[in-house]
Ligand binder design. Structure first.
Ligand code: LLP
Length: 416
């Protein structure tokens, strides 16, 4: 459930009218609902309440520092994949001890930064990284807590671009290699072995791939215990899907109920790294219809948001719901909703039946995750503003980018 609802013929975020926000702050604008973010965080926290656990929000899904601040205030930890994301967490008041640092290509500078700030766990993804981290930790006089991100080779049955737990994917290390690396890590002075992690993909609608992955991971946990390497935590990754259209995603409570029995009798703290399931339905992208353009084969609704603002349709052919902010009783037509960017792939939705006129507002639903964070300045378009609604208050948590912002780091050559 989310807190975007129609009231008196117009779409609201909590108690704030989106029409009002668009009039005041312009479009395209991302609008997030604080109550929805909180509700979704708590759904995970409650689902795992019967065991020691830590929910680590995947910062990549929505990295606005105010969004991170809302979650940090609830006690959330964070899953990060870069030094930039670590800095955002720190700026938002997040606790570095509750941070897990994932990623196949952490740079030396990023590893150093994370060591300096005492991040809770490095989710190590290669032998090279393991050796490098051990050496760096010893150099700076720290001990790095580590988990290996293992690749359990299960098919998550999701879009190939967001499937990560197959052996042909670049992520993690296979179970055989992991066992060897754990044995080595246990002897390293700069490392402390604390856990094991796996993340098999994103937008998973079914729990069965989680269960298959867990069986494989737990078999390794047991082999390690037999070798005297006892792990404290198991990170089951993120990946729980959301409803964009008519999907029936598993709720956090049902997801947890499905896998927790497998962990009975084990003294493992459970970590999870949800991103989309917390932020996805907590945000919409507000956009205005610029013009309607009838064509021979198609009618186009050209809107002021484009692929640079919301890349998911162009990149994954993702279907995102597009709804009128103030539904009207006019005749409807079928449109391709497209942006102004000069690419055929610049579309937000295809073949959508809408009753619209130039100037109307549309909301693209479920845009709170992998929305703004994947935006760019392509076609010299400033990135959208971001607003958080909290009850009857709306706060601009990121200003719309100006032309000066766009060229701030560019330089002209000296005259010849
Ligand atoms: N943990 C790790 C190690 C990850 O790689 C990811 C996502 C997550 C957690 C969070 O997964 P989530 O709960 O959000 O599914 N841009 C794509 C999604 C890419 C996901 C990448 N990894 C999209 O828009 O669908």
């Amino acid at each position: 459930m989310d807190h975007f609802q129609y009231r008196d013929g117009a779409l609201y975020a909590e108690q704030v009218s989106l029409t009002h926000l668009a009039a005041e702050h312009g479009t395209p604008t991302y609008v997030y609902s604080r109550a929805t973010l909180e509700r979704h965080y708590r759904a995970f926290d409650d689902a795992l309440s019967s065991v020691p656990h830590q929910v680590c929000f995947a910062v990549k899904a929505n990295s606005n520092i105010a969004v991170l601040q809302v979650l940090a205030a609830l006690g959330s930890g964070f899953d990060i994949v870069s030094g930039g994301e670590l800095r955002r967490v720190l700026r938002a008041g997040g606790d570095p001890a509750k941070v897990v640092f994932s990623g196949v290509g952490k740079t030396e500078a990023e590893l150093r930064l994370a060591l300096e700030h005492g991040v809770g766990c490095f989710n190590v993804e290669s032998e090279y990284e393991l050796l490098q981290l051990d050496a760096l930790a010893q150099q700076v006089g720290r001990v790095a807590s580590i988990a290996l991100r293992v690749n359990p080779d299960v098919d998550a049955k999701t879009h190939p671009y967001i499937s990560t737990g197959l052996k042909q994917n670049k992520f993690g290390v296979d179970l055989i290699t992991a066992e060897r690396l754990y044995r080595h890590a246990a002897t390293c002075k700069g490392l402390k072995v604390v856990g094991i992690a796996s993340h098999i993909g994103s937008q998973l609608l079914d729990v069965s791939p989680y269960l298959d992955a867990l069986d494989r991971v737990l078999a390794l946990v047991d082999r390690l215990a037999a070798a005297g390497i006892v792990l404290q935590h198991l990170d089951v990754g993120g990946g729980l899907g959301v409803r964009y259209r008519d999907e029936q995603p598993t709720e956090p409570a049902d997801w947890a109920a499905a896998f927790l029995p497998k962990l009975a009798g084990r003294k493992l703290t459970i970590f999870t790294e949800p991103g989309r399931a917390i932020a996805g339905n907590a945000g919409v992208l507000l956009t205005r219809v610029l013009l309607l353009k009838p064509g021979e084969a198609k009618q186009f609704a050209v809107v002021d948001a484009a692929m640079n603002d919301l890349l998911r349709p162009a990149l994954y052919q993702a279907w995102m719901d597009i709804v009128p902010v103030q539904p009207q009783d006019r005749a409807s037509a079928v449109y391709d909703v497209v942006g102004p960017v000069c690419e055929t792939g610049d579309w937000i939705g295809r073949d959508r039946e809408l009753s619209i006129a130039p100037g109307d507002l549309l909301a693209v639903r479920t845009a709170g995750a992998y929305g703004f964070v994947m935006s760019s300045n392509y076609n010299s378009r400033g990135r959208a503003a971001e607003i958080i609604v909290d009850g009857n208050r709306a706060v601009v948590v990121r200003e719309r980018e100006s032309f000066d912002d766009l060229i701030a780091n560019e330089r002209l050559l000296d005259p010849r």
